[in-house]
Design a protein around this ligand. Sequence first.
Ligand SMILES: Nc1ncnc2c1ncn2[C@@H]1O[C@H](COP(=O)(O)OP(=O)(O)OP(=O)(O)O)[C@@H](O)[C@H]1O
Length: 638
Amino acid sequence: MLRQTIRSCPFCEARSLLRTPPSRQFHRQAPLFAQIQRERAARYADAAPKSRSGRDKPRPSRMMLSDTVARPLPRRPSDGKPTRKKREPFSYLNRTKAPPSLQKMKDEIGNTGDEFPAGRRTETPRKRRSRTEPYHALKMQRTLHEVPYRARSTIKRAVQDVESFESLPLMDTVQQAIKDALPGLEYRIPTPAQRVAIPALLGQEPKRRRRNPIKSTGLESFLLAAETGSGKTLAYLLPIIDAIKREEIVDLENQAREEEAKAKAAEEKKRDDIFSLEPPPLSKAVDPARPRAIILVPTAELVSQVGTVAKSLSHVVKFRTAPISAAKSATVIRNNLFNEKGVDVVVSTPPLLASIAESNPNILSRVTHLVIDEADSLFDRSFKPSTVEILERSTPSLKKLVLCSATIPRYLDKYLADRYPNMNRLVTPNLHAIPRRVQLGVVDVNKDPYRGNKMLACADTIWQIGKSSGDYDPSEGKEKVETKRILVFVNEREETEAVAQYLVKKGIDALAFHRDTNPSRHAKTLASFTGIGMEKNEGHEKSEKKEVKNAAMSSKRQLPNTKVIVTTDLGSRGIDTVAVRHVILYDVPHTTIDFIHRLGRTGRMGRRGRGVVLVGPGDRADVVREVREAMFRGEALI
Ligand SMILES: Nc1ncnc2c1ncn2[C@@H]1O[C@H](COP(=O)(O)OP(=O)(O)OP(=O)(O)O)[C@@H](O)[C@H]1O
């Protein structure tokens, strides 16, 4: 490198150590330099030792680097220590060949091929594992289970083989249902989560990859972990429906055979005893209140969301589904569950189903498939007792247990590793990463004009979003949105009402959404954010418009065409808010898990989205900075 700085002056041909091109000043003084050089050369020539041949040894210029500059200096015989430290920062600078240690490393990386992403090949495998080290603040949290990048890359390659739903080994009726019952699917190609999960849940994975089922019970367990908005619901629902239909066919065949045998036996008996009478046989395929599949979710809103998807599929595939939650009356629950025509799939929250199972233990006696959606929530302190109770009651008949989540916290990973050591882990390559199509902006509330007033900052941000029109340019493509829907997340339930009221005062159409709000009211509000049941709620929208008009008359400034829901974690779990383009994090979330779920309400299924964090006094700005960095790089928040 140093050699490059030695140049010859193009004008006076004086060779010199020039760090910059020769200046005018240099040329003016060039004759003087030349004179000094000549004098020096003459002095050295006098003092120079004569060679054996008697001729002067050619002396190297003082400005030239030696050819052996890279060679380490010889050990001093006195102390035996090297004069130059081997690991000095610049010790390898003038080498033309890589040192053996580096060469070995290079060979190793070269051999592993695609296991390391392009552009990072020079990193050692060891360094790669600790690539999250720059995230010091996130390191303090360390809540999420780390998925090795090698595993992610392997999955990435594996899922490339599945190109369409048709290539998945689903029954014809189920394939038909995907086409007819789900017109909302824009792309009609399976998502990575579906490509990973559907073949595995259908038992079509190559044998070497499948772990053996637990021999004692015959139970196969799966953990499906994929990023938010990646279509996990269909990923578990389609194979379950497929399995139910196949079981139903087998049951019907068995039943026909049994009936035939019984009829034969009865005829023979009748010949012997014409006075005996037998009750008609019970249909096995239609069994009231004994579902084959149970789907557990944490909230009533999710019960209705998953129930809606299952119901729309059932119109084509023909199976019975019963979504039950505390939001429904006891009569509706009873009618749904104990329907005389039978029930195949029950969608419920764990506490409700556990309480029903306590009085009717038979209800879980035929369950072959159990899905625990949002598994990290359902295995936390509040839900765990009822979830485990349902799991234990259904274990005798259970064939497949599917746990599903967008985040795998460390406690869950440890629990599952202890409890289900043979669990099949179906993980997508981008797990724990927030998609790059979601941008994260930061508003510093401490600065002017807010001066620590978070509510003002929140209202101002909403006004700016509401007034902007650029995002909703219809010529941009599919995402033509007339009404802007914004979700505001706070950390404490008590804050929701206060923030919503402040926003209303500032002319914003805002509603608080938490556990204590009127269920029918928040179901309607949420429906307009999820796009489900929008037609049904047209009347409600009209009445809301009236309310907004009235409010507009009373308040001077009113933000038109913008709806806001202020909510807690309740609104961040699983709710498919496809119509939401903006999320405001009023408080900095406590954990990366909350970051993932809250920001996951926007940018769903390939859409773009924007998050805004309000960083106020006492908030962890360092965590926000690192989350932004990770999002920018497309890395997992671990
Ligand atoms: N193959 C597909 N093509 C297009 N859209 C799809 C596909 N599969 C699912 N979707 C749509 O993607 C959206 C998100 O799906 P879903 O709610 O299942 O995501 P999720 O992974 O469960 O998200 P979360 O982790 O937030 O619960 C839904 O609106 C669904 O209709």
